[in-house]
Write a protein that binds this ligand. Structure first.
Ligand code: NAD
Length: 281
């Protein structure tokens, strides 16, 4: 069965919109600030999509575009202002940043309470230690997709390919939190195929077009394909060879239309969570 990320994301956004309306009744509007430095066309599209998704769900979004040559100091000063701004529940700085700005410094400057991307070391640490905090959006979306199958996660063998801070590592910890037995694979892993063949749940976050062929997949597995790879023909494919893999997997996400639509949805969700905390304060 194909896990329909688009449909699941739509449902989740409707739920979020209802929750936002409840907060509105308490005179609170969740607010998200998105900062874009420079004019990278792909980043411009991402920012526009985030703005549109906020509008759809009733979240206030403030788009701030800064010149390509903005200094690190100026960006940090802007973050300080937004940290103190009571209309803003979430701050997101679109990556990548121009060379003169250190992304680690920028992420660390965002208040962990407004770090709806979940990249701040405090939030990454909270995930590791099982404390409350923001979890990054793509991993959170991946877990929603796995849960949508209704299959038990506890006790299952889960294999995550990729160990980035944005996807691989947090997904592995979320699966561990759900009591899966988790193996993390990466570019230096020996005999990747035989490890994948054990996976009841396989998450591929590599960035290599259709690398995971049908023979990597265990019969009956849940396969989550995070990869976004543009072929020379212009076609976008995942890290998994979908046709072959779907013959072995019981549940599989397509690319596009799988993990992608969930990422922005979970950003809206994190912004809602942050605003709810404000409502309680
Ligand atoms: P990354 O480049 O930071 O990490 C890739 C990981 O793959 C690394 O940890 C590396 O060790 C591993 N890897 C590379 N070659 C390998 C090999 N031959 N065998 C085993 N492991 C190997 O990438 P990322 O930011 O984690 O993103 C991964 C993919 O997911 C990319 O295609 C990216 O575009 C996509 N992505 C999608 C979304 C979404 O919303 N759908 C969000 C984030 C990333």
């Amino acid at each position: 069965m194909i896990i329909d990320g688009k449909a699941i994301a739509k449902m989740k956004r409707e739920e979020i919109a209802k929750e936002v309306a409840k907060l509105n009744a308490k005179r609170i509007t969740p607010g998200l600030a998105v900062i874009l430095v420079g004019d990278d066309p792909a980043s411009q599209i991402y920012v526009r999509n985030k703005h549109r998704a906020c509008k759809e769900t009733g979240i206030y979004s403030r788009e701030i575009t800064l010149a390509k040559d903005t200094s690190e100091e100026d960006l940090l000063a802007l973050i300080d202002k937004l940290n103190a701004d009571s209309a803003i529940d979430g701050i997101l700085v679109q990556l990548p940043l121009p060379k003169q700005i250190d992304p680690d410094k920028v992420i660390e400057r965002i208040s962990p309470h407004k770090d709806v991307d979940g990249f701040h070391p405090v939030n990454a640490g909270a995930l590791l230690t099982g404390q409350e905090g923001f979890v990054s959006c793509t991993p959170l979306g991946i877990m929603e997709l796995i849960k949508s199958t209704g299959q038990e996660i506890s006790g299952k063998d889960a294999v995550v390919i990729g160990r980035s801070n944005i996807v691989g590592k947090p997904v592995a910890h979320l699966l561990l939190r759900e009591n899966a037995t988790v193996t993390i694979c990466h570019s230096r892993t020996r005999d990747l195929k035989s490890i994948c063949q054990r996976a009841d749940i396989l998450v591929a976050a590599i960035g290599k077009a259709e690398m995971i062929t049908g023979d990597y997949i265990k019969e009956g597995a849940i396969v989550i394909d995070v990869g976004i790879n543009r072929l020379e023909s212009g076609k976008v494919v995942g890290d998994v060879a979908f046709e072959e893999a779907s013959k072995k997997a019981t549940y599989i996400t397509p690319v596009p239309g799988g993990v992608g639509p969930m990422t922005i949805t979970m950003l809206l969700y994190n912004t809602l969570l942050s605003a709810r905390k404000r409502a309680k304060d």
